[in-house]
Design a protein around this ligand. Sequence first.
Ligand code: XMP
Length: 335
Amino acid sequence: DWTMEKFLEEQIAVIRRTVGEKGQVLAAVSGGVDSTVAAKLMKEAIGDRFWAVLVNNGVMRLNECEQVQKDLSEALGINLTVIDGSKEFLDGLKGIDDPEKKRKFIGGKFIDFFEAEAIKIEEAAAKRDPATAGKIGFFMQGTLYPDVIESLSFKGPSATIKTHHNVGGLPARMTNGQGLQLIEPLRSLYKDEVRALGRALGIREELVMRHPFPGPGIAVRILGEVTPEKVDIARKADHIFISEIRKAGLYDQISQAYAAVDPSRAVGVMGDKRVYGYIIVLRAVTTTDYMTAEAFNFPWEFLQRVMNRIVNEVHGVCRVVYDVTSKPPGTIELE
Ligand code: XMP
């Protein structure tokens, strides 16, 4: 009979067979559940011959890059390189207000950074092990079973949904363009099985239960143009919202939650002065398949507490609203 421990052992054996004694494997990681579990699995199978790369695209959440680095590198022992692209990403986002253009820019820039790093990794690997000449032969991706199914039926509206996938063109570029062989150790698993595998691998509960987060990050949670000021506001508001959700013990009942910035100038009063500030849109949904979703039904006091903290602690905000739209007709992200 099937157990997670047996599956884990088998997968490690399969990876070792596929990669061989000397093979090197490259991957992009985000700190999300899938790439973290897949990376830890690779690390268990081939140790430091697995190379993970995290690109800081400037639109990650508050302290997220540092936290992911700690979790993957320090706690899980994964051979990780972090590249800070934040300045270049934020500079390039200037003046772009179309959501699909933001996605394209971030996806494209991501590939540029990743490819440049891949060359450096081959050099580092060659120095470390002259016998293999640093040849990277494989590219790993944390594809799940539902993603496999979705890409088989590549028609209709799902063609647009495809642009959603974290690093869009990357696998094709690495496997066709760079001649790497694709390894997808999670491709037979559903999300709950990936979480169980993560636990079997000793990954801490908070990481295993993380909500999904879009590849273009908070860039699609700021309506219109992304500026460092709005990123800062979105980060602080989101951090307050998510901390309060955790404190209230609601995190695991919610599928996805975030705070977004609507840069329309709303009026408010502070002391005896009129002030103008951005509108923070809170969104929290429950869903099983992310194709349909319902807004989460928070206690009123909870929303008031979050509103109070955000208007008091985040400079430049004077309204907080809660988005009650279901999907459809709304989507989970705001743009
Ligand atoms: P929507 O907004 O389409 O989101 O209801 C459904 C799921 O997809 C995620 N999402 C994205 N993920 N890149 C991603 O990697 C994207 O551009 C993107 N847009 C939406 C969203 O967070 C939700 O989980």
